[in-house]
Design a protein around this ligand. Structure first.
Ligand SMILES: C[S@@+](CC[C@H](N)C(=O)[O-])C[C@H]1O[C@@H](n2cnc3c(N)ncnc32)[C@H](O)[C@@H]1O
Length: 214
């Protein structure tokens, strides 16, 4: 086991498992190979939610609703979560899961390609955004994400380190992954060099960026 794996396993040993139906939703997603937020990432998300106390959350990348349901445990009663998912089957499963946990009035799933759905959302309307969809698209979501974010909004981007591949040079990355690699590097450059925001790039789990809109 390498040092990074040992650190990750040490960190994960402190994380409490979910309980009840949420635990079942998580386990079923893992068994079915549906991507879900890693345990260490969700801990960061949880603490950011408790600090920020958002009223309107936007998530890009619902999958089967696990992360939305997870987030809903750490928000005030009046907080609403809107989440976008492209895959029809996952949208249906997410809606079932949300109903199962009685959160239909808290979480709304929008079916569609986030690239287009984002354009329909009003300016300055969300105070917490979780970006967790196609990694090669973060750069394309960016301007709309900033536009719909309220001043002071927290924007969390997941999986920014691409299992370490982001460290490699363009030419050593497999050809089919080069576009995603280059776009993610450009995204990281943008969020750290854009005067409209302040960002921290963190090596939590598969890498997370915390960006605050000024
Ligand atoms: C990493 S998974 C999301 C996991 C989820 N946030 C969780 O932790 O439970 C990414 C999801 O984004 C969806 N996705 C990919 N591209 C998308 C797009 N352009 N618009 C909307 N959803 C997209 C995928 O179908 C997939 O279900």
């Amino acid at each position: 086991m390498g040092d990074m794996e040992r650190i990750s396993s040490f960190v994960n040993s402190f994380i409490k498992d979910d309980e009840g139906s949420l635990e079942e939703i998580y386990n079923e997603a893992v068994v079915r190979g549906v991507p879900v937020i890693r345990k260490a990432s969700r801990e960061l998300l949880k603490t950011q939610l408790l600090i920020k106390k958002p009223k309107n959350i936007l998530e890009i990348g619902t999958a089967v609703g696990y992360s939305s349901l997870f987030m809903s445990q750490y928000t005030d009663e009046e907080c609403r979560i809107t989440t976008i998912e492209l895959d029809e089957q996952r949208v249906a499963t997410a809606r079932d899961n949300i109903k199962l946990l009685g959160k239909e009035n808290v979480i709304e799933v929008i079916k569609g390609d986030a690239l287009f759905v984002l354009k329909e959302l009003p300016d300055a309307s969300y105070d917490f955004l979780f970006v967790d969809a196609a990694k090669g698209q973060y750069i394309n979501y960016y301007e709309d994400v900033l536009r719909i974010a309220k001043p002071g909004a927290v924007i969390i981007s997941d999986n920014i380190l691409q299992d370490g591949e982001i460290l490699e040079s363009h030419y050593t990355v497999e050809k089919r992954n080069r576009t995603i690699h280059d776009r993610m590097r450009e995204y990281l450059y943008n969020i750290t060099h854009d005067d409209r925001v302040e960002s921290a790039i963190l090596s939590v789990a598969d890498g997370m960026a915390v960006t605050v809109k000024k």
